[in-house]
Design a protein around this ligand. Structure first.
Ligand SMILES: NC(=O)C1=CN([C@@H]2O[C@H](COP(=O)(O)OP(=O)(O)OC[C@H]3O[C@@H](n4cnc5c(N)ncnc54)[C@H](O)[C@@H]3O)[C@@H](O)[C@H]2O)C=CC1
Ligand SMILES: O=C(O)CCC(=O)C(=O)O
Length: 389
């Protein structure tokens, strides 16, 4: 039986893909084999000894201690693209909220409760305070052209905006999906100098923390509208407050409000609703569960952020999976040990990613002695071993 702990509310449509004769699912477990999580912060959590994998039902993995997981041989998955349409749609809503004072207007309209028959006339008299501008013909800078950024860029372009994209690490897969009408920014300075709207669709990491700071604000047009449906830490709050105060930023629309931004004028706060649609919650949960099962049951790795992709058809005998430091002579030590122990390798796959190498080894015996795992684990540089019978 595999024990799966859910740290947030995970869509039941996904969880039901765990067969109950082989899986126990609960929100509390002292030593689970797998964890499925959405946004809960895991940095202060002690990783349970049995833990083999964490599946993030979503895109951002900044809530997971990736290095700690890698060092302990815990595979971390996410579900790329599974919630991208939901975030694209809310980002487009964000563009409109940043342009027309719909949010202010709605709040004000409520204040008219009690005015009886006067309400329609008061509405007409007061509406001028909430006028805005159109997005058509304006320039949008999309920073980050991944699953979400590409959809946002294409949709904004279809709504009549001029779109400039910026992503020094764009993948071939996403580049193929980008409309050819989306311009490529030559550099940050020209990108920001030309943009009426800037939207962030990049991950939060040590490299991107405070990505938007006073230097970047200096490069922007006066009256720019900034959208953040990516992560709060990407924008420096002190510099944002100054940029709003000076008129540099006309609106900041964020899906990640905090105490600081809630107190600022010209900020539209959305309570992290980017991926909160029935469709994307289901997509993410199904993908997370499928990937978790594929790893626990077959050792195959699909969409991991810290381990290499590795998929091998099961040849029928016992399967041994081994993660080791990506250093020379590991495969030879492992295969020599297997030969010494009398195991013949029927099929084998070796992949690596950064400091991790990962092996799937099928042997031509139906069963492998569980003690074999301890012998392989004793080889210096081996991080994780598991036998799948
Ligand atoms: N508001 C919400 O509920 C949601 C927010 N997100 C956030 O959006 C982020 C992006 O999501 P996806 O598009 O699905 O991820 P993705 O991994 O498909 O795309 C991220 C893109 O950002 C690019 N990038 C990384 N560093 C960059 C930099 N310094 N400058 C320019 N580009 C850079 C990467 O090359 C990649 O193409 C996630 O990491 C997450 O933080 C994702 C889903 C839901
Ligand atoms: O699960 C959620 O609602 C958050 C989604 C998100 O922020 C992400 O996928 O990065």
């Amino acid at each position: 039986m595999f024990k799966i702990q859910t740290l947030n509310k995970i869509d039941p449509e996904g969880l039901k893909n765990f067969p109950l004769d082989r899986y126990e699912i609960a929100s509390e477990f002292s030593n689970p084999d797998g964890i499925i999580v959405r946004s809960m912060k895991m940095h202060d959590m002690k990783l349970p000894g049995n833990l083999k994998a964490i599946a993030r039902a979503g895109a951002g993995v900044n809530n997971i201690p990736i290095d700690k997981c890698t060092n302990q041989g815990v595979v971390v998955f996410n579900t790329p693209g599974a919630n991208a349409h939901a975030v694209k749609e809310l980002t487009i809503a964000g563009l409109l909220l940043a342009s027309r004072d719909v949010a202010g207007g709605i709040e004000w309209a409520k204040t008219l409760i009690g005015q009886g028959d006067q309400v329609p006339a008061l509405i007409e008299a007061g509406k001028n305070n909430f006028a805005g501008q159109e997005i058509r013909g304006k320039t949008l800078a999309v920073i980050g052209l991944g699953a979400i950024g590409v959809l946002v860029a294409n949709a904004a372009q279809a709504l009549g905006m001029k779109v400039l994209g910026y992503d020094p690490f764009i993948s071939v897969k996403h580049a193929w999906k980008l409309s050819r009408n989306v311009g490529r920014a030559e550099g940050m300075e020209s990108l920001l100098a030309n943009a009426d709207y800037v939207t962030l669709q990049i991950p939060l990491s040590d490299e991107t923390k405070n990505f938007i700071n006073k230097d970047k604000f200096k490069m922007m047009k006066d009256g720019v509208r900034l959208l953040n449906f990516a992560r709060g830490g990407l924008v420096n709050n002190t510099d944002l407050a100054a940029a709003i105060e000076s008129g540099k930023v006309a609106r900041y629309v964020t899906d990640f409000p905090d105490e600081g931004t809630l107190k600022m004028d010209k900020v539209i706060s959305i309570p992290h609703l980017g991926a909160s649609t029935a469709e994307s919650e289901t997509n993410c949960a199904i993908m997370a569960v499928d990937q978790m099962r594929e790893f626990l049951e077959n050792g195959n790795i699909i969409n991991s952020v810290n381990f290499p992709a590795a998929e091998m058809e099961h040849t029928g005998g016992a399967r041994i999976i081994v993660a080791n430091k990506n250093i020379p002579n590991m495969v030879s030590q492992i295969s020599t040990l297997l030969a010494t122990e009398g195991y013949n390798i029927a099929n084998m796959l070796n992949r690596n990613k950064a400091e991790i190498a990962y092996n799937i080894i099928d042997v031509d015996r139906k069963q492998a002695d569980p003690a074999l795992a301890d012998k392989i684990a004793a080889i210096s540089g081996v991080i994780m071993v598991r036998i799948i019978q």
